[in-house]
Design a binder for this molecule. Structure first.
Ligand code: PEP
Ligand code: MG
Length: 541
C-alpha cells in the first residue's frame, strides 16, 4: 500500500537533482530517465490511509483505492448509488449489460477475468479503481466468501486497484492534488517528445475527454462509440433497432440513435476543439446489446417472458455465435447492417457542422474497425464518402475529416500496403492484434493460461500488457513500413491497451509511430515514457 508521506518524493528529488545540477537539458533528461510510471501513479490516484488486513487479492486492474458497500448486480449498485451510497460492484465478470452499475460504482471487483477483461478496460478508461480475477472469492447470491469469511450485500469493503488487494471494512483514503514536481516533470517530458511521439487518450464521453485534456492528452485516439449506446436511456433504442421487424422500424430506431449520437459527438468535439478526435464506428457483436440468453431462459422457466422479452430471446439466440470476437463484429457487422455506419457518420458530420457553425474547429478521424482487405475498406469508405457528400460540407470542412482503419489482425498487418491506399491513417488495435496473433482469447486466457505460462517462464510477461516484441511488435513494424511504402507520411498510431505501457511505448516509437493513445489516467505515464523512448533512441545512436 502506498504511503501518503512518501508519494511524490521520487518526483521532488528528481526535480531537485536536475535543478541542483544546473538545470541544463541533459540534467532534465537524467531526471526523466530516473523516474518510472509508478512514481507518477503514486500521486494521481487515491490511496488508502490505513493498511487493513488483506482478505484476498486479485489482479491490480485499474489503480487507485476505493471503499464502499458491496452489491452484486448492476441494478442493485445503481439503486444504492441513487440512495447516496459509495458502491463496490462485485461480479464474476462484467459485460456491457453491467455498464449502468459500473458507471456509478466507486470500485469494481471481479472474480474472473484479466487485465484486458471488460471490467479492467472499462475501469481504466473511467479511472475507477478495480481488482479483477480475485479467484479465491466465491459469489453465491447476495454474499461472497473467501474461506470462512462471508461478506454480504451492504457490507463495507476496500479495494486497492494499484496492488490488487481486497480488505474488509473502510480503510479511508482520497486523491490528493499532485505535487508541483509532477507538472514540472511532465513539462520537461513534453519538451523532449514534442515532434516525435504524441500522446492521445481513449475517451468515449465528454467527461472522459475533459479528464484526458487535464492530464495532457493531445487528442482522442479512440472513441468507442458503442459505449454511447449502452447508457440506460439509449439501450432500449439500440434493442429496438436490433428487434425491428421492418425496414421502417429499423430506420426509426436508427434515426433516434443518430439524434443522441449527434449530441454526444458535439460535446466531445467541443472539449477537444482543434485537436484530432478518432471516432471508431460500431465494433462489438450485436448480442452484447441484448440481455443474456441464460438470464432470459431462467426467467422463461420461472415467471415467464412477456412479448418483448420473448423477442429479445429470439434475437439473442439468432445473433449468438460460438466465437463472437471473431464473428459478426466490426466492419463485417456493417456490411450486414450498412444503415448503422451511415447513421453514425451522418450524426458525426452533423455535429461537425454544428461546431463549425459555432466558429469552432473540429478535427475528425473516422475509423473502421477490424478491416482485413482493400475491398472491405473501400466499401466502408464509400459509405463515409457518400454521407459526407450528402452532408454538404465545404472543402475546408471536408479537409478536416479523414477516414482510416484499425490494424487488428495479422492479415491487415501483412496487407497494410493495399489498406494504405484506401486509408488516411492507421491505428493499431493491439488488444485484438495480440489475441489473433497468439490465438489467445483475450477474455479467457488471463485466468489460468497466462498465470501458468508466467510461472513456468513460458512467457516473459503478459502479452496483453506489454507488447510481444517478437511477433506482434514485428507485425507493427512491418505494417508501418508497408503502409508508408504505399503512402509516404501515412499517419499511424496505436490505441490498444499497450498505448499506455512504457515498454511498449518504446517499441512504438522505434517503429516510427506518430502517437500512442491510452486511458486518460495513463496519459501522464505515456508522456513520460514517450520522452524516455526518445532519449533512449538518441543515446543508442
Ligand atoms: C484493440 O483491439 O486494441 C482495440 C483498441 O479495440 P477494442 O479493445 O475495442 O477491441
Ligand atoms: Mg479491437
Amino acid at each position: 500500500m502506498a504511503d501518503d508521506l512518501t508519494a511524490g518524493d521520487a518526483l521532488e528529488s528528481a526535480v531537485a537533482a536536475a535543478v541542483d545540477a544546473g538545470d541544463a537539458p541533459a540534467d532534465r533528461e537524467a531526471a526523466l530517465m530516473s523516474l518510472s510510471a509508478a512514481d507518477l501513479e503514486a500521486v494521481i490516484h487515491a490511496r488508502l490511509e490505513s493498511a487493513g488486513t488483506v482478505l484476498t487479492s486479485g489482479l491490480a486492474a485499474s489503480p487507485g483505492a476505493a471503499t464502499g458497500t458491496v452489491y452484486f448486480t448492476a441494478d442493485d449498485a445503481a439503486d444504492a448509488a441513487d440512495r447516496g451510497e459509495a458502491v463496490i460492484l462485485v461480479r464474476t465478470e462484467t459485460t456491457p449489460a453491467d455498464v449502468h452499475g459500473m458507471m456509478v460504482a466507486t470500485g469494481l471487483l471481479t472474480t474472473r477475468g484479466d487485465l484486458v477483461s471488460h471490467a479492467a478496460l472499462v475501469a481504466r478508461g473511467w479511472g475507477t479503481p478495480a481488482v479483477v480475477g480475485a479467484g479465491e472469492i466465491t459469489i453465491s447470491g447476495t454474499t461472497f466468501a473467501v474461506g470462512d469469511t462471508v461478506v454480504a450485500e451492504g457490507d463495507t469493503i476496500s479495494i486497492d486497484g494499484s496492488t490488487g488487494e481486497v480488505m474488509l471494512g473502510a480503510q479511508g483514503g482520497a486523491a490528493l492534488p499532485p505535487p508541483a514536481a509532477f507538472f514540472t516533470v511532465l513539462g520537461w517530458a513534453d519538451d523532449v517528445r514534442r515532434g516525435h511521439l504524441a500522446v492521445r487518450a481513449n475517451a468515449d464521453t465528454a467527461a472522459d475527454a475533459e479528464k484526458a485534456r487535464m492530464l495532457g492528452a493531445e487528442g482522442i485516439g479512440l472513441c468507442r462509440t458503442e459505449h454511447m449506446f449502452l447508457a440506460p436511456d439509449r439501450l432500449p433504442v439500440m434493442r429496438a433497432m436490433i428487434l425491428a421487424r421492418t425496414a421502417q422500424d429499423e430506420a426509426v430506431a436508427l434515426d433516434e440513435l443518430g439524434r443522441v449520437q449527434r449530441t454526444d459527438f458535439a460535446e466531445i468535439l467541443t472539449v477537444m476543439d482543434g485537436l484530432p478526435v478518432t471516432v471508431r464506428l460500431l465494433d462489438p457483436p450485436l448480442h452484447e446489446f441484448l440481455p443474456s440468453v441464460l438470464d432470459l431462459e431462467v426467467k422463461r422457466a420461472g415467471p415467464g417472458l412477456d412479448d418483448e422479452e420473448q423477442r429479445q430471446l429470439d434475437a439473442a439466440l439468432d445473433w449468438a455465435e460460438h466465437n463472437p470476437m471473431i464473428g459478426t463484429r466490426g466492419v463485417r457487422l456493417a456490411v450486414i447492417k450498412p444503415g448503422l455506419y451511415a447513421m453514425q457518420v451522418r450524426a458525426l458530420l452533423a455535429a461537425v457542422h454544428d461546431r463549425r457553425d459555432a466558429g469552432r474547429h473540429p478535427l475528425v478521424e473516422i475509423m473502421i474497425p477490424l478491416t482485413v482487405s482493400r475491398a472491405e475498406l473501400a466499401l466502408a469508405r464509400s459509405w463515409v464518402d457518400e454521407a459526407a457528400a450528402a452532408a454538404g460540407l465545404d472543402a475546408d470542412a471536408r479537409a478536416d475529416i479523414s477516414v482510416g482503419t484499425m490494424i487488428e489482425t495479422p492479415r491487415a498487418a501483412l496487407r497494410a500496403g493495399e489498406l494504405a491506399e484506401e486509408a488516411d491513417f492507421f491505428s493499431f488495435g493491439t488488444n485484438d492484434l495480440t489475441q489473433l496473433t497468439y490465438g489467445f482469447s483475450r477474455d479467457d486466457v488471463g485466468r489460468r493460461v497466462i498465470p501458468a505460462y508466467l510461472a513456468h517462464g513460458v512467457l516473459p510477461s503478459n502479452p496483453f500488457v506489454t507488447i510481444d516484441a517478437d511477433a506482434v511488435g514485428e507485425l507493427v513494424r512491418e505494417a508501418t513500413a508497408r503502409g508508408r511504402a504505399a503512402k509516404p507520411g501515412l499517419r499511424i498510431g496505436v490505441c490498444g491497451e499497450h498505448g499506455g505501457d512504457p515498454a511498449s511505448i518504446e517499441l512504438f516509437h522505434d517503429a516510427g509511430l506518430d502517437y500512442v493513445s491510452c486511458s486518460p489516467f495513463r496519459v501522464p505515464i505515456a508522456r513520460l515514457a514517450a520522452a524516455q523512448a526518445v532519449i533512449a533512441a538518441r543515446r543508442a545512436r
